[in-house]
Design a protein around this ligand. Structure first.
Ligand SMILES: [Zn+2]
Ligand SMILES: [Zn+2]
Length: 361
């Protein structure tokens, strides 16, 4: 099958004919129909951390082509979306349904001693995050898949595999924003836009979008933000305090820069909550005054990993919301390309709004 292979860390992807094995055990072979270009694949390609050659791509929608003898949840022809939430379903975290905290995510890998799932000229090929979606097919453990019973276009379904869930999950699962709350969102990229939509679903009374890009702020309004703040032109902290009458009940930071996290913290009102989703650089710090106001204000800080999602519960939920017209996915996909165009598409990604998706015939 054709796949984009990364031969060296920091290099470009190269089209290659990769051998893919047949499913064993609980594995499922999927014909990939759409594969989203997430920014984190670009970061991963530059940083590495796994053996090359490797195949990246982790936002996958496709159709089951074959199932292993022990796979329980899937049959040929099922519409599926993949997730990098690898989990074992047996550890204490999995048993309490908190698969984000799984202690044995390596459970989904093919056991040592078996043939590799993927190979190129006899050399094993790494499927990054056990997925490897920049390819015509993926061979994955069934625990990395969810079935979509109400099919929607693959190029929309695939983006549910990663950023959309993390952004919306921060609002709905982690913070559990109640109806009537005031919300502010720092950073209106894909995650921020999903969070804004989730805040609408939660019934937030006002949603303040903060960004430095006019284009992203315009998107934010289309997705339900009630106010927009260009943080280059206006002080976002003072503006949020003014708009919300003393600070927002829930503030989400999707940016991952210490100065923004600082502003986001200062934007929270009394007894409110800061949700930190954007990942800051190692060693970054947040400075918090702990004088009398610290106790008086009772502001909580919640770091949120992956939107506290469980992809098997949440992906079908967002498919339903999309089908009911309550969650926009089509507006999040700005462009479709072929597998051969991925390098170019990544080069043009900086600053663009919306997802680029690879589609397959
Ligand atoms: Zn991603
Ligand atoms: Zn587990």
């Amino acid at each position: 099958m054709k796949a984009l292979v990364l031969d060296e860390i920091g290099g470009e992807y190269r089209m290659a004919d990769v051998d893919i094995d047949v499913p064993i055990g609980r594995e499922v072979l999927v014909d990939v129909k759409a594969s989203g270009l997430c920014h984190s694949d670009l970061t991963a390609s530059a940083l590495g951390g796994w053996p090359v050659p490797a195949i990246l791509g982790h936002e996958i929608s496709g159709v089951v082509a074959a199932v292993g003898p022990d796979a329980r949840g899937f049959t040929v022809g099922d519409h599926v979306v993949a997730s990098l939430q690898s989990h074992c379903e047996r550890c204490p975290a999995c048993v309490r349904d908190d698969i984000n905290m799984c202690e044995k995510p390596g459970f989904v890998a093919r056991p040592d001693g078996e043939r590799p799932r993927l190979s190129l000229g006899g050399i094993p090929v790494t499927a990054v995050a056990q997925l490897g979606g920049f390819a015509e097919q993926v061979l994955v453990h069934e625990n990395n898949l969810v079935r979509i019973d109400r099919p929607i276009p693959h190029e929309l379904a695939c983006i549910l595999g990663c950023g959309v869930l993390a952004g919306a999950g921060a609002v709905l699962n982690a913070a559990e924003v109640p109806s009537g709350a005031t919300v502010a969102v720092y950073g209106c990229g894909g995650l921020g836009l999903a969070a804004i939509q989730a805040a609408v679903i939660a019934g937030a009374s006002s949603i303040v979008a903060v960004d430095v890009s006019d284009e992203k702020l315009a998107y934010a309004e289309r997705f339900g933000a009630t106010e927009r703040v260009d943080s280059l032109a206006t002080d976002p902290v003072a503006t949020i305090h003014e708009l919300t009458g003393g600070g927002a009940d829930f503030v989400f930071d999707f940016v991952g820069r210490p100065e923004v996290t600082q502003q986001a913290y200062a934007s929270v009102g009394r007894a409110g909550e800061l949700g930190v989703v954007g990942i800051n650089r190692p060693g970054a710090t947040l400075e918090i005054g702990i004088g009398p106001d610290f106790i008086w204000n009772q502001v909580r800080i919640r770091p949120i990993f992956n939107g506290s999602t469980n992809f098997r519960r949440d992906i079908p939920r967002f498919v339903e919301l999309f089908a009911e017209g309550r969650f926009k996915l089509d507006e999040l996909v700005s462009r479709t390309v072929t597998l051969a165009e991925v390098n170019d598409a990544y080069a043009r990604m900086a600053g663009s709004v919306g997802r680029t998706v690879v589609t397959f015939p």
